[in-house]
Design a protein around this ligand. Sequence first.
Ligand SMILES: C[S@@+](CC[C@H](N)C(=O)[O-])C[C@H]1O[C@@H](n2cnc3c(N)ncnc32)[C@H](O)[C@@H]1O
Length: 355
Amino acid sequence: MSFKFNFDLEADGDDLETGGVEPSPIVPVEDASSASSRVPAQLHSLDELISKLPPHIAFSSLAIPLTPSKTITIPRRELFDVKMQLMAEDNNPSADGSENFSAAFTDEDIRTNTYEGGLKSWECSSDLVKQLASDSDDWKNSSGRIIELGCGTALPSCYILQMLLSSQTNRSIHLTLTDYNIDVLRLVTLPNLILAYLYATNNLPSLDPSVIDGPEETPEIELTPAVISSFLSTLQGQNITISFLSGSWSPVTISLIHGGLEYPSTADETMYSLLLASETIYSPSSIPAFIDMIEHTLANTGKGYIAAKDVYFGVGGSVKDFVDLIETKSWKWEVVREEKRGVGVGRVVGVVSKS
Ligand SMILES: C[S@@+](CC[C@H](N)C(=O)[O-])C[C@H]1O[C@@H](n2cnc3c(N)ncnc32)[C@H](O)[C@@H]1O
């Protein structure tokens, strides 16, 4: 089932949707067999995903205004560049099912159980970045294990990586990035993490307008062996490890996160002190599985930042549905940021904690 949210999407490459809501929602109905058609979970190492990178990527910088005088810059891969890579691969689809990625060539926001929207940056991910910037003293001092669920372009994790690399903390950090689609992880998540590293280490000279040839020029970076090896050695030098997980939220996903331990597992050493998720509660049918992920990955002393629209017209998910379910577990929910755009739907960032 394909679905397009009734939000105003800007043109390719500037894809943070703006949140204008139209009436006449279309409600997709999931068929009973849908659970079995979901993509199974798989772990991926950084090396595996590096081996799937293209030789170069085109990017632009996203400016997220924090205060009237302060802006956060996050470079990210251009969507047109992803589409060009997919077109080039079209005659030679990868074994992991790139042919399903025809959704990337349409204006569909999601195609249920096939493509869950990870190629575009969604509006709430920049709200979450802003909140992480406000709370940076808190998470920088407490977080050793960080997970982003449904990361897509992973702006929050990219921001965290930029901050960690710029502040030279020497604590060991493990970052886990999960997305429904392996193709999203290889096409945008990892490229964006590499861009975050290059930006944090002042190796993205073309972000400086004075060295861009003309206003129409889209900067590109070559992913040479030297760039990759300096990315890896910088991570190693700062005790940062990264792993990836694709597939549907499920007991298998949870057991993979815990190193293959029996489900349910809440082994302390594999629980996360910081959990991030933006725009992951739009579908009522997957909210219980999402909450299960929180239950079995967020440490008792950890914080889970959930950024979402108040309500997803047309698909049916809402913050209220999510909060109603977590309250049955006696967890705490605190709204730490509220955003509204004119008559558009409201957005929140909330923190889930178990104690
Ligand atoms: C709308 S996109 C949001 C992407 C990104 N967090 C952002 O805000 O830009 C929803 C994300 O949730 C993830 N997702 C949705 N349903 C899922 C499911 N049942 N299992 C695993 N991941 C799922 C997908 O990976 C997708 O990237």
